[in-house]
Each structure stands twice: as C-alpha cells, then as structure tokens.
Design a protein. Sequence first.
Length: 631
Amino acid sequence: MEKTLSWRDCPAWLSAMPGEVPAALASPREIAAWEVERFAESRGPGAPSFRFVSDEALGESYLLERNGDGAITVRGGETGILYGTYEALFDLICGSPLPQGVQSPVCELRMLDSWDNPDGSVERGYAGRSLWFEGGGFSYEPDRIRQLGRMLASAGINVLCLNNVNVGTAARALIGERLPETAELARILRPFGVRLMLSVDFSAPLFLRDPDPISGETRAPLTTADPLDGDVRRWWRDRAARVYRAIPDLAGFLVKADSEHRPGPNTYGRSHAQGANMLAGALAPYRGLLVWRAFVYNCMQDWRDTATDRPCAAYERYRPLDGQFADNVLLQVKNGPYDFQVREPVSPLLLGMERTRMALELQLTQEYTGHQIDLFAMPPLWRELFDTLGKGRVRAMAAVSNLGRDANWTGHPFAALNLYAYGRFAWDPDRSPEEEIRRWIRLSGYGRDEEALTELLLGCSRTYEKYTAPLGLCWMVNPGAHYGPSPWGYEFQAWGTYNRADRERVGIDRTAAGTGLLSQYPPALAARFEDPARCPDEYLLFFHRLPYLFRMRDGRTLIQRIYDDHFEGFEEALRMQRTVAGLHLPGRDRAEVEERMRKQLLNAREWRDVVNTFFHRLSGVPDEKGRKIYD
Ligand code: GCV
C-alpha cells in the first residue's frame, strides 16, 4: 500500500534544513543556535562555525561578517539574529555571497493574512483545511505549527493574522472565551519572531457575550456599535486590555468594515476615520496596530447603472479622509482597484494618500489565478508593481495566505514559491524575481532542474494571462468559484464587474470622457494609460472601450490579438506540460505536479475555446489564420 504523505515528508524550501524545532526552545536566539547546530551536523566537518553578537539596537536588522577563520558572525537584535542566521545558512546552501552591511527590512509589517474560519474551512483556500482551526475552535499539531513558524521566520514574515476578515460568530470568540487558546498559539509562534494579529468584527459589542473576569457574570451585549458612543468606546478599551493581558505582543486588529455586507461605522452615519480611530485608540496603550481594509465598494450595484464604476470606489471614499487617521492606523489596500484580478493596474489609492500610513495587500492564494492547480508565479508581477509604485512607497505589507493542511502546505508544491518570495519582497521590494526564483529552487531541492524550472516559473503568469481574460479585461470567470471561463458570468450581477462586450466593442472607458478613474492617478501615470495608442497592451481594455477592429501598435486588430493570445496561451501550456514531464522531481511531488498540470491544460483549452467563441460570435470577425473557433 502507498504511504500517505505527511507534512514531515514535505519540507518546502527547508529541504536542506533537517530536524524539527524542539518545543523547549523559547527564543529566536535559541532557535538560531539550534538551526546552526543541525546544519553543521548535516554538513559534517566542512560547515562554518557561527558566532552570535546581540545588539538590541538592531531589532530585526542584522549584520553578517566572515571572520578570518571562516566563521560567520551574526550581529543583530533578538529576531535579527534569527533572520541573519537563516540568511547565512540559505546563502551557504545556495552558494551565494553573504550580503554586505546592515540588512534592515523595508516593511516593518510583513504580515500573512489567513482567511481561516473556526469550522476549519479556509475562504478561497486551495491547500486543504485550516492549519489551526477545526470543528468550531482550535485544533492543531504543535509540531506542525512550530514548523510553520520556522517557514515564516526563514522567509522574514513577522505577523500572522489568524482568522478570516469575514469574522463569523465562532471567530468572535477568539477575543472572548477562546482567548486563552488564542494566546497559546501566540506562545508557540513567539520564539520565531512571529506575532499574531486578529481580525475583529466591528459589531462585536452587539454580540460578544462572555463572563466578566471579575464578577464572573455574563455581560449583556450593548445595543449599539456606534464608534462615537461612550459605552462602545469603553467596551473596546476593556476588550483590548483583556486581550493584551493574554497576548502582550499582539500585533493588533484587522478590520473589514462596510464591505460585502460586513458591519461598519457607516451603519451609524460615521466615517471610516471615526470607526478606525476609535479602535486604534483602544489599541494605542499597547502599541497595537489597527489595520483597516480599504476594500469597500457597492456590492449591490444595478448592472444597468453605467455611471458607477467599482474601481473608483476606494479612492472616492478614502482620499477625502487623508490625514484624519490616527498614527497607529494602517490603511490596507489591495494591489489593484478591483480585487486581485489576473491583471490590474496599480490601485490609485496607494499613490494618493500622502498623510496616511498604508499597507499593500497582495493575494498569494490563487483565487483568480488558477486555484493552485494552474502554475502562477507572482514575483514578476510584483516587480512591475513595485517599479510603478516607486522606491520607498511601500512600508507595510500583507498577503492573503496560500497555506492549508495539505501535506505539502500549498497544494501545488510550486505554489510555495509565492509564499517564500512574498516574505523576501516584503523585506526588500527591490529584489529581482529571477534571483528569488532561483534561490527558492535551490532551497527546495529542485536545483538539478534550475534552468528549466526558472524559465517555467518566470513565464507561467504571462501564459495564464494569455489564455484567460484578455488585455486587462477582468471577471470573465465562473461566478462564485472563480476558476474556469464564463465571459458574462459576472455581467448581469450586482458586484460592479462588467466587460460590456457588444457586437462592436468591448471594455470600459475609464478616461475623463468615461468613468474618470484615470483622474485618480498621478498625472505621469494617467498619461501612460490615457491614450489607447500608447497604453500598454496589458491594460488596454481595463482603461478603454474599443472596437474589435482597433489597430494595436503591432498592426494586429484587437480581435486578432485576442484570438492569437488564446491560441498561444494554450500552446504555451502544452509546452509547460512537456517541461514538467522532464523534471527530476522527488517522488512526493511528481504525481501532484503532473496531475495539476493535466488539469491546467484542460482549463487552458476551455478558456481558449470559450473566450474565442464568445468574441467570435459577438463580433462575427473570423480568425485571420483560420484556426478552429467553435461557432
Ligand atoms: C475574504 C473577494 C473574495 C472574498 C474575500 C474578499 C475580501 O470578494 O472573493 O472571498 O473575502 O475579496 O478580500 O474581503
């Protein structure tokens, strides 16, 4: 009988890092010392020795030095020593030089947001059930949580948000009756320099019944969650005090308010600055952060309404509030103005709030990018994003986790790249995608296929983009599930998600003559997008409504380009399958990778034929190359 794989068989990028961190280790420095010892044992006599020098002023930063005798000195604050140790060990494994000078993270907050629910489900999760919740509460293997801590620390991730931003009834108890269990998980992760963040429900004072710590009586809930109400403010201050007594280093609270039917300050006629500042005030005595999501739009839009344009919503709402948020509020903004689509321009809000602390939100879980079945490596897209944002703009980052209880952590073993590389880019957004991909390949034990795999991973997001929604069009996915094609699946719905394709044209005019989204961008960027003759191809139909016979810069018509991309995308997926078949994958990965590749090919074929047929039927324009399109 075939042995069932365990997470112990699947080390992800820790493939050259043997052993399991013992429960007794209580600090980052102890873990660093243990890692170095295990590494030396596994490498034998040639392994360099390490010396740790504490310098608390360095905090998370570190300095690595090679001594004359070959030993490596790691100088740093408590977590800095752990980060420096991982950097040095990984450099040794990869044969890379040690970095010169003090290494400091560009982003102070490098958070992983899980969308895990206490019932064990993971919203938009494609790697199995939750790693720490099941059956309404906590359920986990402490050894596995320690291994997770090690993975996060080795990627430089310093905060884990434990629960979904959509906070259901059971999750409210994380800051109530389940607080001791929440604190226990925080305790396990603490030695890895990983602090917890909790998603809280803005309306919790209406619901959260738990025994008063002093009287033992069950408190009656309040009748309002109005952020300006004195009882509500007191309620949150008491709650924060109680939570910080249990978890003194909690990173803070994360809130999704007035978004997709979640409660929020608008119910009481209050602004988001008033709502966020009230909670921030409760956290301030503990230096806690209040992370407030800017993912707010009208999800009850009438599709007949062409004046309302969802991508405009966040900027319209938050820009007038710039400068009104408390110092410990971070406004968390998704990378694009829609919602983690395959291709979106940068969110104008990220460039438009000069007096507000901002956090960039990315999505590692592949909701719209192939469900961790199709290969989609994100670093090349992040490079473009950071180049557009400009140096120094991003000082805090969060990414929606792609983890789950599957033995290999991320469903597709190669999806682990996105998690590892996210941590690396949050530390330093200036990194090179190719170097990070190569580093991950070597660390994951795939070094024998480095060239083939690097090429595959550098190109796969572009291939996915070619066979799915074309030229910056969004939302042509199956509604709800968000896998597979459905060109009009979201066309007559309330979510603000339209392509408005007709017999002549497709896309939405977002210039000044249209919905005006472009006016939210800084002038130089707006100028890049505003003229369809100069707009980069990949954003063409995001910003413009164009006839099918529009001439692209390369001379092709728009419709021909759509057909060509879809045929090419499928051909590229076929070539990817051949590459995958030739890889020397370890036994634990081979079946998984090949099976997912087989499904990806079916998906690519379906997308190709559905999208081409859709546009062919509407436009009546034949493919110039006479390829098969199904009428
Ligand atoms: C957690 C999209 C997703 C939802 C998600 C939401 C959000 O709408 O489909 O699953 O909810 O984004 O980011 O809040």
